[in-house]
Design a protein around this ligand. Structure first.
Ligand code: SF4
Ligand code: SF4
Length: 177
């Protein structure tokens, strides 16, 4: 078998990834780090343009990733179970793409080799974070609701290529192909 025959790690189920592989799958878009509001009546989750207090607006990275859950108790740690159960992960999120059996798009850092392409392709929250959560009273968050985090930007023309469907176990998690 030649080197080119080895499938990239993101084509295996999320549950089989090493910690390093899992972490590198995040494209650094920062969309999931925007404050979200849940409609009490419908359960629908709305994104706002307000960033988590640790979200750096210049590069959309977490200012203290190792200690994030101590500093921001409601920061949700993504796991395969969480990826499969939450409805609000953005359509561009690499975890969601892989869970749905799709390939990574060209702007993903693992494909492009650069962390910048997630910004230049118009995927990230860079330039669109209008406030920090520490500066916005809770009852005013509704004024910051935006729709773009739930959409695939028109600028990012290259949609992920479908790959053979990932088999799923009875628990709904990807199973071994
Ligand atoms: S939305 Fe997904 S890819 Fe983007 S920062 Fe969050 S976890 Fe990473
Ligand atoms: S604590 Fe860090 S990882 Fe968690 S939501 Fe805030 S910026 Fe994102």
């Amino acid at each position: 078998m030649s080197k080119t025959d080895v499938a990239p790690f993101w084509r295996k189920p999320l549950t089989e990834m090493t910690q390093g592989e899992w972490e590198s799958l995040c494209d650094g878009c920062g969309r999931c780090c925007l404050v979200k509001l849940e409609d009490e009546d419908t359960g629908k989750v709305h994104f706002t343009s307000v960033g988590c207090r640790l979200l750096r607006s210049e590069d959309c990275r977490c200012a203290d990733y190792p200690k994030r859950q101590k500093k921001v108790p409601d920061c949700i740690k993504l796991t395969p179970d969480v990826v499969m159960s939450v409805s609000w992960l953005p359509p561009t999120c690499a975890y969601r793409l892989v869970a749905d059996g799709k390939d990574l798009p060209d702007w993903h850092p693992l494909i492009s080799g650069s962390r910048d392409t997630v910004h230049t392709a118009g995927i990230s929250a860079k330039g669109r974070i209008t406030a920090n959560e520490d500066d916005v009273p809770e009852d005013e968050l509704v004024d910051f609701i935006v729709g773009w985090p739930t959409r695939w930007p028109a600028k990012a023309k290259l949609k992920p290529t479908a790959k053979p469907a990932v088999k799923r176990g009875k628990d709904g998690l990807p199973g071994k192909a």
